[in-house]
Design a protein around this ligand. Sequence first.
Ligand code: UD1
Ligand code: UDP
Length: 371
Amino acid sequence: MKVMTLFGTRPEAIKMAPLVKALEMDPEMVSVVCVTAQHRQMLDQVLELFDIKPDYDLNIMKSGQSLSEITSRVLMGVEDVISKEKPDIVLVHGDTSTTFSGAMAAFYQQIPVGHVEAGLRSGNMYSPYPEEMNRLLTSRLAQIHFAATQGNVDNLLKEGINPQTIVKTGNTVIDALKNVIKESYVFEDERLNKIDYKNNKVILLTAHRRENLGEPMENIFGAIRKLVEDFEDVILIFPWHLNPAVRNVAEKHLSGHDRIHLIEPLEYEAFANLQSKSYLIMTDSGGIQEEAPALGKPVVVLRTETERPEAVAAGTVVIAGVEFEAIYDVTKRLIVDQSAYEKMAEAVNPYGDGHACERIVSALKVWKKSK
Ligand code: UD1
Ligand code: UDP
């Protein structure tokens, strides 16, 4: 069975890497890897860490790229690869423009699509933007849906997806995470080794969502700056995203403070271990809302809603929104109120048991036999 995995950004690569490895090791599978390189440097960091050498690299990234540019470049590039390889199935992941456009390219050539991390829904088509629409459209294009949680399965059933085409697998991010956390981890960046994680409250921040660009991001960085200024034991580490639109706002609010570290994006192993050493995490990322609960780290979500309600229900994730006061107040409580903090700092893992990739590979074989 020839399986083509297709991905282009950092989070897709992290979550597809263990699946690529599982496919490569299986004697019944021929694995073909195509990367769009919607992200260049942030994708290459992951490929290197997991030692994945793509068979095809479309190298589409342009600085400040628009959604239409990504969509059209992926569509055209993937067409050539699929018509040459003619795989039995193309696997896409999640909700990026690579995901939707890659699925569309496969559909145009009548090649079946498998959707990994299917069934996430926020219910708001403009948030996350454009990811919610990418999810909906990819679900329409896919013939087999690998859903991480029962909630994700239920979302697909509500939309009339045939139950026989849905497989509950857990999230592959837990497969990726379980191999990289090490108690004695040493960072390449000496600044990170020198921080006293036990006697300070280290906040790890990430922010990149398109719908947060502009006023929400001004609020986010403004509130965080004030938190660092108001609490002397707070240290902020922000591995800032390479998007220049994020960097411009971040620089305005966060530069020039000795307890704020603006650092380049970390490779995955370093970032995962930094999550594990931090006091709490503030983020608008999707994947981090899945990883941090597994590591017992409270997460303050810098968005108005989440498509990952499982960890909110379990109490380790709180939605702060994108207003200055709310972000400040929610985070301040976790800094000053130890019992509120401890209630949130319980390791829960609603997203999987680390065996999602095995389940996906088995389901692919069953699917192939049924054809
Ligand atoms: C993209 C995805 C988003 C995902 C996120 C993960 C879309 C529309 N967005 O958002 O769903 O959550 O990736 O991080 O699919 N850049 C670099 N080097 C890199 C990566 C990015 O220079 O390695 C810069 C480029 O100027 C690029 C910009 O960042 O144009 C934005 O990248 P893009 O993929 O368009 O959007 P993200 O916000 O990264
Ligand atoms: N991540 C990383 N290095 C960093 C920041 C994040 O490896 O400097 C990882 C993080 O552990 C998670 C993923 O990148 O697995 C999240 O990616 P991102 O926030 O870019 O996208 P999203 O999850 O929002 O789609």
